[in-house]
Design a protein around this ligand. Structure first.
Ligand code: ACM
Length: 511
C-alpha cells in the first residue's frame, strides 16, 4: 500500500527524496497562532514537548498573507528528511495540514503512536497544496432515536476531523427522546429523555420492553463543543420546531394542542411521524424562547437548526385555540401557521446574531430573508431557494442518507429505503445541474445523515457511516475535476487500514 490522502488534495506530489522520520525526539515548532493546533497534535501523537534531540522538526506556521491563495482552511505541506513544514492562512489550515501528515504516516501510528514505533514512523518526501471546495462539510448524528454517550460522540468527532469535516449537526431532539438539559424545564430530561420501550428492529409490530434513554448535561454539552472546536468542527444543534415534539410535550403537555381531539403526548416508542406540534399560544412561545435562550448560550454556532420537517397540521386545524389563532393572524391554514412559527423563530435568532437553518419544508410559506435551507426530500427545493438568494446545504435522501443500506437485503438483515452504495455516494455532485452559475455560491456544501432508528449500537452506526462518509468527505473537500472513483478506491485501503487500527466497525467494500 502506498501512502495516499483522502480527501484528495488539490495537488499532491511524492518528490522521491529521503523520508521524514518521526521519533520521540522530534520537536514541534509553532507560532502563537498555532499553539492550539500544536497542542492537539502533540497530545494525539504522545509527543513530549520537552524532548530534546537532533531529530528533524515539524514547523507549524500561520501566515495570513496566504489567505488569497489558500482561503481560511487551506494549507501547504512540505515533507522530507529535513523536516515537515505546514503553513496555513489560519490555524484551521494548519490543522488540516496535520491531518494530511497523519495520513502520510503509516496506519500503525493510530494505535501505538510513538510508544513502540521508534524509527519506523516515516512519511515520504512530499509536497502538498490544498484547500477545500466547500465551507460546509457536515455530518448529522441522531442521538434521539438512540442515545450516544459523550465518549461515542467524541470518537465520532475525532473521525470527522480525520476526514476534514467541519460541521457536526447534532440532532438532539425528536419524538423518541429529548437529549439536552434545559435548566428552566427539568422535566424535558426527567421525562422527555426516557421511553418505556422500543420497537424491535425490522419486526415493528413488536416492542422490546426495554427502557431506553439518556441526555447530556449542560456541562457535557460545553465539553463536547470545546472538544469539537479544538478540531475546527462547529457543533450545530438541532432543536425541532414545531413538529417532532412528542418527547417535549410528554414532559410539558400544556405547551401542545390540549384541546385537539385525542391529544395524548408521550415519548414515542415507534418510528413514525406523530401528530404533536407546539400550540400557538403565549405560554408555548415563552417556553420556546426560553429553550432557545439556553441553547444559544451553549452553542456558539452561527447557524441554529430548527428542524421544521414533517410537522403535521391536523392538531392545529382541529384545535379551537389553533383555529382562533389562525383567524386572528390572517393565516389560512396549518401550512401558513407552520411558516409563522418558522418566521418567528428566525426573528428570535436574528435578533441575537444567529441564523436559522431548517429542513426544506420551511419554504412552504416562503422563507424568511436570512434563513438557510437544508434540502433533503428533493434537490429542487435547494435550486429554488438558491435562486431566491438563500444559502443552501445539500442533504438529499438520494445520496446522503446513510440509514439507507449499502448492501442488499440478505446481507444487511433488513433495510430502510433504497440502496445507497459507496459508488453512488461518491458520484454525488452538490451543485445541482440545473442551478445557474451565478447562484452556485449559495451552495454552502453538503452533509451525510445518520438517522439512528435502526442503529441501536454505535458499532452499527460506524458500519453505516464508513466508508460512505469517507466518500462524501472527498465530495465536499476535493475539486470536482480531482474526483475519480477508481482512484478513490485505490487510495481507500490506506485509510481503511487506519480505521482498522482505530477499531472502527466500518463496512469492508465488497468489490
Ligand atoms: C428528515 O429526514 N425528516 C429531515
Amino acid at each position: 500500500m502506498n501512502p495516499a490522502i483522502i480527501p484528495h488534495p488539490v495537488s499532491f506530489q511524492l518528490t522521491g527524496g529521503a523520508p521524514f522520520v518521526l521519533t520521540p525526539a522530534t520537536r514541534v515548532r509553532f507560532d502563537a497562532a498555532s499553539v492550539g493546533v500544536a497542542a492537539w497534535f502533540m497530545k494525539w501523537l504522545g509527543l513530549d514537548d520537552s524532548a530534546k534531540g537532533t531529530g528533524a522538526d515539524i514547523a507549524l506556521t500561520v501566515d495570513p498573507a496566504l489567505a488569497g491563495e489558500l482561503g481560511g482552511e487551506g494549507y501547504k505541506l512540505s515533507c522530507g528528511a529535513g523536516g515537515v513544514a505546514i503553513r496555513g492562512a489560519a490555524a484551521a489550515g494548519v490543522f488540516y495540514g496535520l491531518q494530511s501528515l497523519r495520513q502520510l504516516l503509516p496506519p500503525d501510528v493510530e494505535q501505538s503512536k510513538l510508544r513502540t514505533q521508534n524509527g519506523k514512523l516515516t512519511a515520504p518526501a512530499a509536497e502538498i497544496v490544498d484547500r477545500p471546495r466547500f465551507g460546509w462539510r457536515g455530518s448529522l448524528l441522531d442521538v434521539s432515536r438512540h442515545f450516544a454517550t459523550v465518549a461515542e460522540v467524541k470518537r465520532y468527532i475525532d473521525l470527522m476531523a480525520l476526514h476534514k469535516l467541519n460541521v457536526f449537526h447534532w440532532h438532539l431532539v425528536d419524538d423518541q427522546g429529548w437529549r439536552i438539559e434545559i435548566k428552566k424545564y427539568p422535566k424535558l430530561t426527567e421525562v422527555g429523555a426516557w421511553r418505556a420501550q422500543t420497537v424491535i428492529q425490522y419486526r415493528e409490530q413488536e416492542l422490546d420492553g426495554v427502557p431506553h434513554g439518556g441526555f447530556y448535561t449542560q456541562d457535557e454539552i460545553r465539553d463536547v463543543v470545546a472538544y469539537a472546536a479544538e478540531r475546527f468542527i462547529t457543533v450545530m444543534p438541532e432543536i425541532e420546531v414545531p413538529g417532532h415534539s412528542s418527547a417535549a410535550l410528554a414532559a410539558y403537555p400544556q405547551f401542545g394542542n390540549t384541546d385537539a381531539p385525542g391529544y395524548a403526548p408521550r415519548v414515542q416508542e415507534r418510528w413514525a411521524i406523530f401528530p404533536e406540534t407546539y400550540a400557538p399560544k403565549a405560554e408555548t412561545l415563552q417556553f420556546l424562547d426560553d429553550v432557545f435562550t439556553e441553547v444559544l448560550a451553549l452553542f456558539p454556532s452561527t447557524f441554529i437548526h430548527i428542524g421544521g420537517d414533517e410537522a403535521m397540521k391536523d392538531q392545529w386545524e382541529a384545535s379551537p385555540t389553533g383555529k382562533a389563532f389562525m383567524r386572528a393572524n390572517g393565516l389560512k391554514d396549518g401550512h401558513e401557521l407552520q411558516s409563522w412559527f418558522i418566521r418567528r423563530t428566525e426573528n428570535f435568532l436574528a435578533a441575537r446574531g444567529r441564523r436559522l437553518i431548517g429542513w426544506d419544508e420551511i419554504q412552504e410559506g416562503g422563507l424568511a430573508p436570512g434563513a438557510a435551507m437544508m434540502a433533503w426530500r428533493d434537490v429542487k427545493w435547494a435550486v429554488e431557494a438558491a435562486r431566491h438568494g438563500h444559502d443552501v446545504v445539500l442533504a438529499p435522501t438520494s445520496h446522503t442518507y446513510f440509514d439507507y443500506s449499502e448492501g442488499d437485503e440478505a446481507e444487511e438483515g433488513g433495510t430502510i429505503g433504497a440502496q445507497t452504495t459507496l459508488e453512488k455516494v461518491y458520484s454525488y455532485e452538490p451543485i445541482p445541474a440545473e442551478l445557474e452559475p451565478e447562484h452556485h455560491a449559495r451552495v454552502l456544501g453538503a452533509q451525510g445523515q445518520l438517522w439512528r432508528e435502526r442503529m441501536p449500537s454505535f458499532a452499527r452506526t460506524e458500519y453505516r457511516a464508513y466508508p460512505r462518509l469517507t466518500a462524501l468527505a472527498e465530495v465536499v473537500w476535493s475539486a470536482r475535476e480531482r474526483r475519480d472513483y477508481a482512484d478513490f478506491r485505490a487510495r481507500l485501503p490506506w485509510l481503511l487500514a487506519r480505521l482498522d487500527r482505530l477499531d472502527v466497525n466500518f463496512r469492508r467494500p465488497r468489490k
